[in-house]
Design a protein around this ligand. Structure first.
Ligand code: FAD
Ligand code: MLT
Ligand code: ZN
Length: 487
């Protein structure tokens, strides 16, 4: 049967195959069926919002094993969910029904690193932080960084085209990824693991897979260009009185240190309250008083004295012009980490307080806080927001330097009555402002049917055609990403 066949493909079925199903096989290599609860961690997402009921998790250890699994599933018309570190925030990495889960965690070798060009080639299942530590020893860093770095995998990052905290400086994975090895839905291996910076021979096929969220192929390895690790890093957090001032600060910061700026993040006072009360690590507010908004900036340069000089001038102007009301500049690595923790702990703290409705939006910066206030207003009007109410808090934060706002609505539960106050209202709002309903988290299960708010009919039709060409039976990550996949 199918389980026996999967066991025959895997080099170590004892550890690479987890199933709740019993087989008639008497082979000692055949794993014993496990209790359904052992598959929970693969069947539910990081937010505990999306739940599947797959009876089978496969953890291949080589591209060949992935290819054989895909070929077999293609022949038998079995649906598959590719899964990386399962930190995705739109329900893309967990099954909707009983799809076979192909978890990439055991495909985790670093294949090569070129110390001159900074080109890294790694298996898809390598953890982002492990890759960063590996190349740090050689003076390099990964061009992306996210709060989930300790669990997310480079294959998952590429599949979601993750943005993160340093997008502003190092840009998109569409620019940094040089090549991909991908197993197509029919099992064929697309060997595009180039390390060339320049290559204009035909369509750039790898771009199709960056951000395709496991719907047209399973990424098994990534070639990526990495920047030098900066010698001097500074982090400062500013307290700001109004959202207008946040934008002024952005202009001033770019004028003084545009060329060394590596992050420009913001969060509101509700976000800081959340972190102080609910983050696992104890996090201290560096300011005496609470302020309406906070901005975190990071600079990364090669000469500390140069950067310090620029920062001193920046701080003088910000204080003198009253664009900021207070500010702290990290004096050492520990302080630097604790300032970053104020921002990075927001998602975790929200999750600790309740069920989180997450919105990840690209939109004109001047409109961002208006939308956050508007959402608070909608819940207040309905007497739904506050202590003892179904909605506990609405927080706004994000990568303001990239025009990317995150709104988290923390609620008692994922009740449809709460969702209906938010949607489709929020998508219509963003669409009117010509923004995007997914800046960086992707579409997944949550937003596949909503793609029309951000893309034209012609674009969606072309995407549907591409999906049909590569996966005519809709076996790869079904019920997600594109409207027709939900059928
Ligand atoms: P998963 O969650 O396992 O999968 C995500 C999607 O990719 C699914 O559709 C899955 O099917 C597909 N997939 C995974 N691996 C492969 C593969 N090898 N081949 C084909 N398809 C695959 N995202 C940002 O963009 N910016 C952030 O700043 C950010 N911060 C985060 C902070 C926290 C605390 C958390 C929990 C998440 C954050 N995320 C962020 C979202 C998430 O971490 C990223 O989307 C991440 O890139 C997902 O990687 P993963 O390995 O966990 O993938
Ligand atoms: C972030 O910027 O912190 C991430 O995108 C995660 C999130 O918004 O929850
Ligand atoms: Zn983000």
């Amino acid at each position: 049967d199918d389980i026996e066949h999967f066991a025959s493909i895997l080099s170590t079925p004892e550890t690479s195959l987890l199933t709740t199903l019993a087989t008639s096989s008497t082979s000692s290599r055949m794993p014993k069926p496990v209790d359904a609860s052992e598959l929970d961690v693969f069947n539910k997402d990081w937010m505990n919002k999306y739940h599947g009921r797959s009876a089978c998790v496969l953890k291949p250890k080589s591209t060949k094993e992935v290819s054989e699994i895909m070929r077999y599933c293609h022949q038998r018309k079995l649906a598959i969910v590719p899964q990386g570190g399962n930190t995705g925030l739109v329900g893309g990495g967990v099954p909707v029904r009983d799809e076979v889960i192909v978890n990439l965690g055991s495909l985790n070798n670093i294949r090569s690193f070129d110390e001159v060009s900074g080109t890294l080639v790694a298996d898809a299942g390598c953890i982002l932080e492990a890759l960063d530590n590996h190349i740090a020893e050689k003076g390099y860093m990964m061009p992306l960084d996210l709060g989930a770095k300790g669990s997310c995998q480079i294959g998952g990052n590429v599949a979601t085209n993750a943005g993160g905290l340093r997008f502003l400086r190092y840009g998109s994975l569409h620019g940094n990824v040089l090549g991909l090895e991908v197993v197509l839905p029919n099992g064929d291996i697309l060997d595009g693991l180039s390390t060339l910076r320049k290559d204009n021979t035909g369509f750039d096929l790898k771009q199709l897979f960056i951000g395709s969220e496991g719907t047209i192929g399973l990424i098994t390895a990534v070639s990526i260009v990495t920047p030098r690790r900066p010698a001097a890093v500074n982090v400062a957090v500013f307290a700001v009185d109004s959202f207008e001032a946040v934008q002024q600060v952005f202009s001033t910061v770019k004028r003084h240190c545009g060329e060394i700026l590596s992050a420009f993040e913001f969060f509101d006072s509700q976000s800081l309250n959340m972190v102080k009360s609910h983050a696992t690590a104890s996090i201290k507010d560096p300011f005496q008083e609470r302020h309406p908004f906070y901005v975190l900036i990071e600079t990364s340069g090669s000469r500390k004295e140069h950067d310090d000089e620029k920062l001193t001038e920046l701080l003088e102007e910000l204080m003198e012009s009253s664009q900021i009301t207070d500010g702290v500049l990290a004096q050492d690595e520990t302080q630097l980490q604790s300032l970053w923790a104020l921002r990075e702990s927001i998602p975790e703290a929200c999750g600790k307080l309740g069920s989180v409705f997450k919105y990840d939006l690209s939109m004109p910066v001047p409109k961002m806080n208006e939308l956050v206030e508007d959402m608070r207003g909608r819940f207040k009007e309905r007497d739904m927001l506050g202590k003892g109410k179904p909605v506990k808090e609405v927080v706004g934060y994000g990568h303001i330097g990239d025009g990317n706002l995150h709104i988290n609505i923390v609620a008692e539960s994922y009740a449809p009555e709460i969702e209906s106050v938010i949607e489709p209202y929020i998508y219509e709002w963003v669409s009117r402002e010509k923004g995007s309903i997914s800046a960086e988290h992707g579409l997944g299960r949550m937003k596949g049917q909503k793609i029309g708010y951000s893309k034209s009919q012609t674009s969606v039709a072309l995407m549907e055609d591409l999906k049909k060409l590569l996966d005519p039976d809709n076996l790869l990550n079904p019920y997600k990403y594109l409207p027709s996949s939900y059928r």
